[in-house]
Design a protein around this ligand. Structure first.
Ligand code: G3H
Length: 540
């Protein structure tokens, strides 16, 4: 397939299947303090990575809508709303019992489900994710919410009893932390925003959430569901440029938790703006350069199919993607002989095209960046080893396998976050371990091999360098009950269905000495249902 064949994959308006046609959505309101506030100020146009041929024959990104670019004033109003709703822990939401909070969340999910078709379509149009993965992103998020609810019920059940130890009677429960600023990424704009937002809300915090630059409009249909499911001020949206709206919010010192899925550079900048760092908890998933190692005795069929998924699902735009492959010198040629054609065979197309695995890239300059890092490797003696690798047309980029990559090339260390796969040949496993030691990242790694001894020899050093070691399997976040975290510049805090509930809360205890008078007081409070915290109510 040459460039002009790639160009023909972009549709004309009348070739877009009717069910995925989109009328531009011009959002002129945002959620603040329980109201949909009207906006008549500046807006940002949303151009899809899906291009259409213009009258002059050039391919142009399709306009799919626009959203408000609010400023510092609106950001501080949203902050005030969240601070007031929290009211130092005395607000309606942080004081509400867990069962009632769960009921609000169930109302929300019901309303969210009504928007499924529109949100999935917007994921395809805004970030170019294929239909299967966009649908999976929505459904996985809904499942995550239900699993979070179930886990919270269990946690609450476990803390609905008193403990008597060393003459002290006490009850320990998890309490909210305060105001949470949540910022999601463009590659999982719904799922990764919600995997922080939802547990943060459920634990009784109040929220400011900033939509990502790409993948912003898809949040619009869900704002009304937030507005009508939770008390006012619990969920507030922040629209506009991060550089304008986020610094004043952080500098106020009123944010208690920063949760960000994005780059470590942005994380550093934001944390530093908070005047009282000890009061700020950060829960973040950041950069990663997950490496795979192919041992001499690896089953190459398994290695090829898992590396294919690991490097190129959603065009390699996953924080958990395998971003560099180390193959033993004795098998590297055979691996490339099988891997290269498998990569070239992946089907490019529009997100709705049946079986499309390579789809348009949302970041406007991404194809230039990818071409640059390939050229840098080529200048150092590497080549593209798969047929058609690197061919580009507008936002479509055919994945490129680049070999041999070495220290000194940008592809060796930089997180490319796209469809370029550097392959390194090694002779001694120690080279791979040294690579991980000297790398700034520490999220995951994959080992491909069949010899238990060789695999075990790598597992023990690797688990102290990264946070998940996958054996004969790609790197990935799921299942969502597994801990999702990283070392070094890759993460702060841990996410998973259960860990997230812990991350967005703190344990508080009520304790008294074991005397007759104190027991009578406790009994009176519990029997009279006089406290939400001090209670033995059991959620069924
Ligand atoms: O971008 C990072 C995502 O959390 C990856 O999730 O491994 O399930 O695709 P995934």
């Amino acid at each position: 397939m040459n460039d002009s064949q790639l160009a023909r994959l972009f549709p004309t308006e009348d070739q877009i299947p009717a069910e995925y046609l989109i009328e531009p959505i011009h959002q002129r309101e945002y959620l603040l303090n329980g109201d949909m506030r009207q906006w008549d100020g500046a807006v940002s146009d949303v151009y899809s990575p899906i291009c259409l041929p213009a009258a002059d024959g050039t391919l142009q990104r399709k306009l799919v809508g626009s959203f408000p670019v609010t400023g510092e004033k609106e950001a501080l109003e949203a902050l005030d709303a969240a601070v007031a709703a929290y009211d130092n822990g005395r607000g309606e939401w942080p004081q509400m019992g867990v069962a009632d909070r769960i009921a609000c969340m169930e109302t929300f999910v019901g309303k969210m489900l009504q928007q499924r078709k529109l949100v999935v379509n917007l994921i395809m149009w805004e970030i170019g994710k294929n239909l299967a993965d966009a649908t999976k992103e929505f459904d996985r998020t809904v499942k995550y919410i239900y699993d979070t609810i179930d886990t919270l019920k269990n946690m609450d059940r476990n803390s609905s009893r008193f403990r008597i130890e060393e003459g002290i009677i006490g009850q320990v429960r998890r309490s909210p932390l305060g105001v949470v600023l949540a910022m999601g990424p463009f590659n999982y704009p719904l799922n990764e925003t919600y995997t922080t937002l939802i547990p943060a809300i459920l634990m009784g915090n109040t929220i400011l959430f900033k939509t990502p630059k790409h993948g912003s409009l898809l949040h619009y249909p869900l704002l009304e569901a937030f507005r009508t499911s939770f008390p006012k001020g619990v969920v507030n949206s922040l629209y506009g440029r991060g550089a304008t709206v986020v610094p004043p919010v952080m500098q106020s010192g009123k944010v208690n938790v920063l949760t960000l899925i994005g780059s470590s550079r942005v994380a550093d900048e934001l944390q530093r703006q908070h005047p009282k760092l000890n009061r700020l908890r950060s829960i973040m998933s950041l950069d990663a350069k997950n490496a795979a190692i192919i041992l001499p005795d690896a089953d190459l069929d398994v290695a090829v199919s898992e590396c294919l998924l690991g490097t190129l699902s959603f065009n390699g735009q996953r924080c958990t993607a395998i971003k560099i492959i180390w193959a033993h010198a004795s098998v590297v040629d055979e691996f490339l002989k099988r891997f290269g054609p498998a990569v070239s065979k992946l089907k490019p197309g529009m997100p709705w095209t049946d079986g499309a695995q390579i789809t348009p890239l949302p970041e406007p300059n991404k194809t230039h960046y990818l071409a640059d890092i390939i050229a840098d490797a080529q200048a150092g003696g590497a080549s593209i080893v798969n047929e058609g690798g690197g061919e580009t047309e507008a936002s479509l980029f055919r994945p490129a396998v680049v070999y041999p990559v070495r220290e000194g090339m940008r592809l060796y260390r930089e997180e490319q976050f796209g469809p370029v796969i550097p392959v390194v040949a090694y002779t001694d496993e120690e080279e791979f371990i040294q690579y991980l030691i000297t790398d700034d990242h520490g999220m995951q790694a994959s080992i491909f091999g069949t010899d238990p001894e060789a695999i075990a020899r790598l597992i023990d050093p690797l688990v102290n360098l990264v946070s998940r070691v996958n054996i004969n399997a790609q790197c990935q976040r799921g299942p969502d009950t597994f801990p999702f975290t990283g070392r070094k510049d890759s993460a702060e805090g841990t996410l998973s269905v259960e860990d997230a509930l812990r991350s967005f809360s703190i344990r508080s205890a009520v304790a008294t000495k074991d005397t007759g008078t104190n027991k009578a007081i406790l009994n009176d409070i519990v029997r009279g249902h006089k406290s939400e915290f001090l209670s033995t109510n059991f959620i069924f």
